[in-house]
Ligand binder design. Structure first.
Ligand SMILES: [Zn+2]
Length: 137
């Protein structure tokens, strides 16, 4: 983890900050913002509330679905577009949730991230489009 902000004061990350027995193998120095974020992550805190995640998920899925449907009316390839969207979403989920899980081994927390929720919305709306898109042609 690196912090490229130009700040006057940097802090060395200690074992206690990241809830481990040993200090990080490399000397990690971050600004106070990053240090607080590291500490919150280590305690598995998330300021992204579950209700907010559900709300955003339920808003993004229909929006993406409608957007994709507009593409389908132009190209007619609903299965292909749906599958491509789903796979892209899966890749985003993997890229975002994977490292979070690798770091904490806490699956629930790994998914408590807006990026992951948006990616999951892509997966679901793509799958919906690939399977139950109205036959327009
Ligand atoms: Zn920083």
């Amino acid at each position: 983890m690196s912090c490229n902000k130009k700040v006057s004061e940097v802090f060395r990350v200690t074992a206690e900050d990241i809830q481990r027995e040993k200090a990080p193998r490399f000397d990690v120095r971050v600004c106070s913002d990053c240090l607080n974020k590291l500490r919150a992550d280590a305690r598995l805190e998330s300021n992204y509330r579950l209700g907010q995640a559900i709300l955003e998920f339920s808003l993004i899925v229909p929006l993406v679905y409608l957007g994709l449907l507009a593409l389908v009316t132009v190209s007619g390839a609903s299965f292909f577009i749906g599958a491509a969207t789903s796979l892209t979403g899966l890749k985003f989920v993997w890229n975002r949730a994977g490292p979070r899980y690798g770091y904490t081994h806490n699956l629930a927390w790994s998914f408590r991230s807006r990026d992951v929720v948006i990616a999951l919305s892509l997966v679901v709306s793509g799958a919906l489009l690939a399977t139950i898109a109205p036959r327009l042609f």
